[in-house]
Design a protein around this ligand. Structure first.
Ligand code: MG
Length: 374
């Protein structure tokens, strides 16, 4: 029986995590639930899972039932009785709880990719010094992790990308796409932020950065290939040229379950299986970087390091939100992020305070610049 701390319980990954808990009631006890403003769903979850602690950004009325008490996410991440901390928040919310949990030597299942983008070097440092364990939940990283079991001699990692909904759209039409069109991902059902990031491929650059820090690999060893069917979730090539791939129908329950049960594999009839009774076409093609300027922009910021990755994160969050609200065009996401990175004077990014301050500065700058475009 594992005591689970679930941060971001009402989001897409949070809800799917609770699906797994529901399927294996004898294996998990929900110790903490933390959410943002979706209080109706949180209240429902509190009634069903009876956590000891709860946290949200809205009013607590009605949540503190059956002796449940309120504590902050950072406290949740450090509870002595917590066996596993699932960080399924979005944006900057998961950064401090993740760092706290790593410093306590906890196992952290990480789905909040911005944490590794903003401060992957600090999380890696905390893991190395305090023995905390990172369990990757993002489908690509979960795939890489599975391929690496029992292996050492890695030549390169090949991350797959679906290419998003606009892979074949004529370039001149990209500036006219609506939020509704961009929110329709061809293969994955996900939260809004990551779906828009998938349309611009900002998400894939974030995943390269996650890979860099989760697996301590140099930038040169990480590649991206477009695979529109999203059946191969990523691949690892070893020094002898052998390539291992992890495959499954696109469904986040599987990587979540793998992380929750690691190192054990369990059978769950609710998770879809690969259907070999029908023809299965899989294609792989090189990434067209001209179509996705955010991809190269983000990786350039990543390689520069310092506080640039935090600025990238903050600016992208503002730009995506502005696009979803119909204030700027999809192609303006690049302009907002580019403008903010250009305006930034990077610090060394050696402390979490510096990283957080840079991200906050970027949000402010990006907000002001986005207003000039709308
Ligand atoms: Mg992913």
């Amino acid at each position: 029986m594992k005591n689970l701390v679930l941060l971001g319980s009402t989001g897409s990954i949070g809800q799917q995590t609770l699906d797994i808990v529901r399927a294996f009631p004898a294996r998990f006890r929900v110790l903490c639930l933390a959410a943002g403003y979706n209080l109706d769903l949180l209240a429902q979850q509190v009634r069903e899972f009876k956590p000891q602690y709860v946290c949200c950004l809205g009013k607590m009325d009605g949540l503190l039932i059956n002796g449940t008490s309120y504590i902050q996410m950072e406290e949740m991440a450090c509870l002595a009785e917590a066996d596993l901390v699932m960080v399924a928040t979005t944006g900057n919310a998961g950064l401090l709880p993740t760092l706290k949990a790593m410093k306590q030597g906890k196992a952290v299942a990480l789905a909040n990719k911005e944490v590794m983008v903003m401060a992957g070097h600090l999380v890696r440092q905390a893991a190395n010094h305090h023995g905390g364990r990172l369990l990757p939940v993002d489908s690509e990283h979960n795939a890489i992790w599975q391929c690496l079991q029992g292996e050492k001699e890695v030549q390169r990692v090949i991350i797959t990308a679906s290419g998003g909904p606009f892979r074949k759209m004529p370039l001149e039409e990209l500036s006219r796409v609506t939020p509704q069109q961009a929110l329709k991902h061809p293969t994955w059902k996900m939260g809004k932020k990551v779906t828009i990031d998938s349309a611009t491929l900002m998400n894939k650059a974030f995943e390269v950065m996650e890979t860099r820090w989760l697996f301590d690999l140099s930038w040169e060893k990480i590649e991206v290939v477009v695979h529109p069917q999203s059946i191969v979730h990523s691949m690892v090539e070893f020094v002898d040229g052998s390539v291992k791939a992890q495959m499954a129908p696109p469904d986040m329950h599987l990587p979540i379950q793998y992380a929750l049960f690691y190192p054990e594999r369990v059978s769950n009839p609710n998770i879809p299986r690969l259907d070999t009774s029908v023809p299965l076409d899989m294609t792989f093609e090189p990434l067209d970087t001209a179509r996705y300027p955010c991809f190269s922009l983000a990786l350039e910021a990543a390689r520069k390091g310092g506080t640039y990755p935090a600025v990238l994160c903050g600016a992208d969050e503002v730009a995506v939100e502005s696009f979803i609200k119909g204030r700027i065009r999809l192609t303006d996401v690049y302009r907002v992020v580019h403008h903010t990175i250009e305006a930034h004077t990077s610090g060394r990014g050696e402390t979490v305070e510096e990283v957080v301050a840079a991200e906050r500065w970027a949000r402010q700058h990006a907000t002001e610049y986005a207003q000039t475009l709308s």
